[in-house]
Design a binder for this molecule. Structure first.
Ligand SMILES: [Zn+2]
Length: 215
């Protein structure tokens, strides 16, 4: 049985779920907090090694010229952000909503380990492409759907619904891509409201930093 991961999907009904999960925009505020150097739990980012991580478009289907332009901006922002000192600090010193230095559904991994796995870029299904964020994207259109995007553990392809994509700004697309790609590394969330999970929290961090970069 294929286990589909419906990201940003409304698995529950209700207006709150709608605003939180169909769109990342604005949600990053107060969601992905960070420990500051004066705090006991702070870890110096310099103590964690990292090598450059490159965005690589592997197979892009279903995008028209305008959508491709937006995707291109998102890719550029994403690559800039994940290699920035600020991103490194935000992931390593991520503070969850309970004030702890850990991601939810983290598979027993520390923030530093999650950062290292992320920057190593070895997707579960593309394990020998170190240092690359490999993207296989398909844009589709389903008018009556509340699904923003979906993927599964058995495919590289990330499917994105144009119904939502068309209204996204490039920094929001960058956040979405980061969320979906974190799934490709094997990280998951138990529900569409597990904002402290690696896919969501890293998505929020990327969206926030990408917005600054694209300004
Ligand atoms: Zn997800």
């Amino acid at each position: 049985m294929k286990k589909w991961i419906f990201s940003f999907v409304l698995l529950t009904s209700g207006a709150q779920a709608l605003t939180h999960d169909t769109k990342l925009s604005g949600n990053y505020l107060n969601r992905a907090k960070v420990f500051r150097p004066i705090e006991f739990n702070y870890v110096s980012p310099e103590s964690v090694p990292s090598a450059p991580l490159l965005v690589k478009a592997m197979k892009i289907t279903g995008f028209d010229a305008q959508s491709l332009g937006k995707l291109d901006s998102a890719f550029k922002a994403l690559e800039y952000v994940v290699n920035s000192d600020e991103f490194k600090n935000r992931v390593i010193n991520f503070k969850n909503s309970k004030g702890q230095r850990s991601f939810a559904s983290n598979d027993g991994k520390s923030n530093e380990e999650i950062f290292e796995i992320f920057m190593d870029g070895r997707e579960t299904l593309q394990h020998d492409t170190s240092g690359e964020m490999n993207f296989f994207l398909n844009l589709y259109y389903k008018r009556w759907s509340r699904v923003v995007g979906y993927t599964s553990a058995t495919t590289n392809t990330i499917n994105i619904n144009w119904k939502y994509f068309r209204n996204y700004e490039a920094h929001e697309v960058a956040g979405n891509l980061a969320h979906e790609w974190t799934h490709k590394l094997g990280f998951d969330h138990r529900s569409a409201s597990e904002h402290d999970s690696a896919p969501y929290a890293i998505g929020y961090i990327v969206e926030e930093l990408a917005e600054k970069y694209l300004k």
